[in-house]
Design a protein around this ligand. Structure first.
Ligand code: NDP
Length: 267
């Protein structure tokens, strides 16, 4: 089957971080419809109740009834043991019948956007931000690649949920921009090192989620905050479903250059 005819993502093990709400939750719902029976979604976040409600929703869906399973992993990816807990759960969920490993590194935080770069003198604060937003993403990706090494008939896809902020500076968003830039570069290096992998950084556009609410409430830079609020007033926020649809299209077509940064608005 040529890539343009592909209509599913195979019998997959799909690990989605930050699946409890926002974009991650939409990605989980959408992917459940596009994987074959026998697939397992590993849903990761700190909020167990939210994950279990998504798990129940998926179990009652057509995909769930057809044999797509979801497992919840309650883990804090900002803590040292977070990535390892997820890797262990992924190994436990894998079956030899699976032909596709999909890792969606979606979990992230905005960081404190109420201050400017010159205020970040506390290394523990910066380290804590980078632990969740950069280190856990790298260590989880590495752990999954080790757990599921390259072999015939096993496709492996790593998605980094990126942002325009990976390539464009935003005043008062130093942690967020730095973290997203680092994750993009991590993906580019990975794509160079592992030619068999499919690696994608997807910038989803401005989404109507808790993170965006936090951004428009707390951004320190006055004209930046105004421009965010204006864009909301003009109805420019996207739904998670609309953005997720473009990500899924990219994954199904599978023609992007591995390691590339692709933006919702470029597609
Ligand atoms: P939300 O803040 O709505 O959701 C973030 C998700 O990450 C939640 O499921 C949360 O779950 C999880 N998470 C946060 N901290 C941790 C942690 N320490 N350990 C494990 N999971 C954690 O964000 P969005 O849905 O808006 O964002 C999703 C992705 O899209 C992010 O990578 C973001 O940077 C990116 N993005 C978002 C944009 C927007 O406008 N919203 C624009 C561009 C990119 P829980 O709290 O249960 O742990």
């Amino acid at each position: 089957m040529s890539s343009s005819e592909r209509t599913d993502l195979g019998r997959a093990l799909c690990i989605i971080t930050g699946a409890s709400r926002g974009l991650g939750r939409s990605i989980a719902s959408e992917i459940s419809r596009l994987v074959k029976p026998g697939s397992v979604l590993v849903l990761v976040a700190r909020s167990g109740d939210e994950l279990r409600s998504l798990q129940a929703e998926l179990a009652g869906s057509e995909a769930g009834k057809a044999g797509v399973l979801a497992e919840c992993v309650v883990a804090d990816l900002g803590q040292m043991e977070g990535p390892e807990i997820v890797v262990r759960a992924a190994k436990g969920a894998f079956s030899e019948a699976m032909d596709h490993i999909i890792l969606i590194n979606n979990a992230a935080s905005l960081g404190d956007v109420s201050r400017y770069t010159k205020s970040f003198t506390d290394m523990a604060e910066v380290d804590s931000y980078l632990s969740l937003n950069v280190s856990s993403c790298l260590c989880l990706t590495a752990g999954i690649l080790q757990a599921f090494p390259q072999r015939a008939a096993l496709k492996r896809t790593v998605v980094n949920i990126s942002s325009l902020c990976a390539i464009q500076p935003v005043p008062s968003w130093v942690l967020y921009c730095s973290g997203k830039a680092a994750r993009d570069m991590m993906c580019r290096v990975l794509a160079e090192e592992e030619p068999d992998l499919r690696v994608l950084s997807y910038a989803p556009g401005p989404l109507d989620t808790d993170m965006h609410q936090e951004a428009r409430t707390h951004t320190a830079h006055p004209s930046m905050r105004k421009s965010i609020l204006d864009s909301v007033a003009q109805g420019q926020l996207l739904t998670c479903e609309a953005s997720c649809a473009k990500l899924i299209k990219l994954l199904l077509e599978d023609t992007y250059t591995s390691g590339a940064h692709m933006d919702y608005y470029d597609l």
